[in-house]
Every structure is written in structure tokens, then in C-alpha cells.
Design a binder for this molecule. Structure first.
Ligand code: AKG
Ligand code: FE2
Length: 431
């Protein structure tokens, strides 16, 4: 039931001053099914696992000493509630055994109308004194609402930021444990789609963060073509050293080789060109940008070699974002999507993990993981859901082909003419 999208856990709090019981009313035959054993005493609470749309009755029970209820003519009062779609619903049983449904929508409506009431009564007293023009009263009413709304939004944002911080701290802590946990399977997909006959598992689908796993994205021949081109130029992976150069890094331990695409051979069926075309076709299938190959980075062959469980510095790729993932504005010419294609699968290790999204992917031969980190409507970047890692490769070899996809590049403005601020710089400055 936990995976049923309609299942909801609700919390019932009894503040009625009376003892009550809860019944589920079966819609098929109207029968009442008791949910509360024991009875819910005044001040007590009870949690209930239920489903959206389910209908319940709250019944007052006679006092233990008096033997009667508190309603008119000592009748036992009843009230009802229906499980709503929102998460974390709280049902309050108030004085008079009346049910108050406290879900996030109700709370929001209540605080909005309280705010409006305050501002309205302020405006009303201004009206009554008659000392101000209608326009200035209207203006101060607007200011009052604006101030209140801004305060509420600020409070909500502070809460979200706090929760994100906690989640990221936890993700940091468990990175090595989850990588080492060989019993952990690939995360269950949110839903499954098909693209040109290939199965696509959608792992997360947020406006600014999408993660897809596509089966049979490439072929053995294409993998072989990339690996043949990579073999003679394979070198240690490096990261930017912050002063225009590059350096070795423990956070990115692997071999790599850039693979140029010979677009002039696309028409004659060149394997690497047709693979690269498929990459852009998929990106354009998901994102509305009409991305072209012109000015994009080369394909990258990345190869990790397992040296057994005692290796203290295994080949791996520590958690990182491929582009910006700070939730801020996209900067032209920067990366906004990635496809990681799996050619050789290690025996142990080498999972691709998105720790902030709780998405764990055990590589499948010839499959690909696609992820994008831009909201195409607001043009804001992802705020960290697409941060990812390549877990340590313990046994065997992991060989992948990665394409980092940029937006805003073309022949005149290729990827390496942009610095990380999204501002074009000249070759002279690049030296
Ligand atoms: O090795 C992996 O699974 C992840 C690779 C990666 O992060 C990248 O190519 O950007
Ligand atoms: Fe990456």
C-alpha cells in the first residue's frame, strides 16, 4: 500500500474533551468498520493509513461515569471527514466533536484570509476617519498584503532551505555506504515510457531536473568504435585547477579520451556520428531547445579500472554536478543536460548515484542515463537533484561514453569560447 499513489497517512488528534471512536464507512454497502481500538481518549491521537477519498465517521462515546454524551438531550455527537489528496493531513476533533481538517491547503487558506482580515480592518478604520483619499487607502491596503505575503514566502523558503540542507548532509554521510551496498538495486522508476522502441524509465521528473534510464541506447559496434578511437589517446582524467590549467584529482579518478565526431561521414553511416545524432535526438525529444551538434563538446570515453576491494584509491567519480546546480539563472553556452552511455559493466561497483534524489542506478550494458538540469520555462538551473557520482569500481572495468550537452553554442560560439560565467572570452585570455 505504501507505493499506492492514493495511499495517505493521516493523523487524528482528539481535542474534543470527550472520548471518541473512528469508523470507516465502506462505500460499497455502507457498513461501518471500527478503526480505533482502543477508543481515542481526550488529548490522545491516532494515526491511520488510508486512501484518498475514503470517508470516516467520528463518534462521541458516553462518559464512563455519567453514561451519557455531551450533545443536546445527552445525544452522542458525530462528524465526518474524507481523506484528501494532500500529504500529511491532520484531523483535529474539536470541542463539540466537530472535525477540523488541517491539511496544507486548509492551513494556507486560513493564513491567507487571516492576513487579508488584518489588512482590511486597517483599511476600514482609515475609511472611517475620512482623513485619507480612497487611492491612498487602496495603496496602503496593497502594501499591507504585500508585506504579509512576502513574510509568508520568506518563512516557507527558509523552511525549504533548512530541509534541503539536512537532506544534503545526510546524503553526504551515506555516499560511501550506499556505493558499497551490493544488495541495493536500481531505484524503481516513477513511470515507464518508450522512445523509438526503447524502454525509458523515468526516475525523477521535476521542472528543472529530469533523470531517465534508456535501455539499448547504443550498440556493441558503436561501443567498439568509440573504444578503438579512445585506446591510443586514453589519459588520466583531470579537473580544472582554477587558474586555467588542469590537474589530477582524487575526486575524479579514471582514464578518459575525447572523441571527435566526423560529421562529414554521417551520411555514409559512420557509427560514432550516428550515435552522436541519437544523443541530440534524445535531448530534443525531452527538451524544447532544438539542440544542434555545432559547437558542442566532443564525446568523452571514460574508463574506470577495478583493482580489488583493498584499493585505497579506487577509480571513481565523486559527487558533482556537470553544469551549474545552484538554482540560479542559466548562463548561455553552459551545460544543461548529460547522457552517460554504458558500454562495459564492472563486476562489482560503478553504480551511478544521484544522492540528493535518492536515485541509484546499476549500469546495464548498452543502456544510457540521461539527465537534464535546467527548467526550460524559467531558464533556472536545477538546485541539486541532479548531483551525481560514479561509485568506486571494485572488480572489472567500467567503460562509458558521456556527452555533456550545452545550450547557446554554435560554430561561431563553440563550447570552449565560454568561461564558466557564461561570458564569452577570447582565445588570448584563454592562454
Ligand atoms: O560514471 C558514472 O556513472 C558517472 C559519470 C559522470 O558523472 C559523467 O560522465 O559526468
Ligand atoms: Fe558527471
Amino acid at each position: 500500500a505504501g507505493n499506492d499513489p492514493k495511499s495517505r497517512s493521516i493523523n487524528i488528534m482528539n481535542e474534543s474533551g470527550r472520548r471518541v471512536e473512528i469508523y470507516w464507512i465502506n462505500p460499497d454497502n455502507g457498513s461501518m468498520v471500527l478503526q480505533s481500538t482502543p477508543d481515542i481518549l481526550n488529548g490522545a491521537s491516532m494515526s491511520l493509513n488510508s486512501f484518498v477519498g475514503h470517508y470516516f465517521e467520528v463518534r462521541e462515546l458516553p462518559g464512563k461515569k455519567t453514561g451519557v454524551c455531551g450533545g443536546e438531550d445527552q445525544t452522542c455527537r458525530v462528524d465526518h471527514f474524507t481523506v484528501k489528496t494532500t500529504q500529511d493531513q491532520v484531523i483535529m476533533i474539536k470541542e463539540g466533536v466537530s472535525v477540523e481538517h488541517t491539511d496544507s491547503k486548509t492551513i494556507a487558506t486560513r493564513s491567507a484570509s487571516a492576513l487579508l482580515d488584518t489588512c482590511k480592518s486597517e483599511a476600514k478604520s482609515q475609511l472611517e476617519t475620512g482623513s485619507q483619499t480612497p487611492l491612498s487607502i487602496l495603496e496602503s491596503l496593497g502594501k499591507c498584503v504585500e508585506k504579509g505575503v512576502a513574510l509568508e514566502i520568506e518563512r516557507a523558503n527558509e523552511e525549504i532551505a533548512f530541509q534541503a540542507d539536512v537532506r544534503k548532509e545526510m546524503a553526504n554521510l551515506i555516499e560511501n555506504y550506499t556505493c558499497a551496498d551490493m544488495t541495493l538495486n536500481t531505484t524503481e522508476a516513477k513511470r515507464t515510457e518508450y522512445w523509438e522502441g526503447r524502454k525509458v524509465d523515468v526516475m525523477i521528473d521535476r521542472p528543472a531536473a529530469k533523470i531517465h534510464v534508456i535501455e539499448n541506447f547504443l550498440t556493441q559496434e558503436e561501443c567498439q568504435a568509440v573504444e578503438e578511437r579512445a585506446a591510443p589517446i586514453l589519459h588520466d582524467a583531470t579537473v580544472a585547477d582554477g587558474s586555467g590549467g588542469s590537474k589530477l584529482s582524487d575526486s575524479r579518478k579514471a582514464k578518459q579520451a575525447g572523441i571527435k565526431v566526423h560529421w562529414d561521414k554521417e551520411a555514409e553511416g559512420d557509427l560514432i556520428a550516428s550515435l552522436s545524432r541519437r544523443v541530440y535526438d534524445y535531448v530534443n525529444h525531452v527538451l524544447p531547445f532544438d539542440i544542434k551538434e555545432n559547437g558542442q563538446e566532443d564525446l568523452m570515453s571514460i574508463q574506470y579500472f577495478g583493482r580489488g576491494p583493498d584499493d585505497e584509491k579506487p577509480d571513481r567519480y565523486m559527487p558533482h554536478c556537470d553544469g551549474d546546480c545552484n538554482g540560479l539563472d542559466f548562463k548561455p553556452g553552459q551545460r544543461m543536460a548529460t547522457i552517460v552511455m554504458y558500454c562495459d559493466i564492472p563486476e562489482v561497483g560503478g553504480q551511478t548515484r544521484f544522492r540528493n534524489s535518492n536515485v541509484h542506478i546499476i549500469p546495464m550494458k548498452y543502456a544510457a542515463t540521461f539527465f537534464s538540469y535546467i527548467d526550460p520555462v524559467t531558464m533556472k538551473m536545477d538546485s541539486g537533484f541532479t548531483e551525481h557520482s560514479g561509485c568506486p569500481v571494485v572488480e572489472g572495468e567500467k567503460k562509458i561514453v558521456t556527452q555533456w550537452v550545452r545550450l547557446g553554442v554554435d560554430d561561431e560560439n563553440p563550447w570552449n569560447s565560454f568561461n564558466t560565467l557564461g561570458v564569452k572570452y577570447t582565445d588570448a585570455e584563454n592562454q
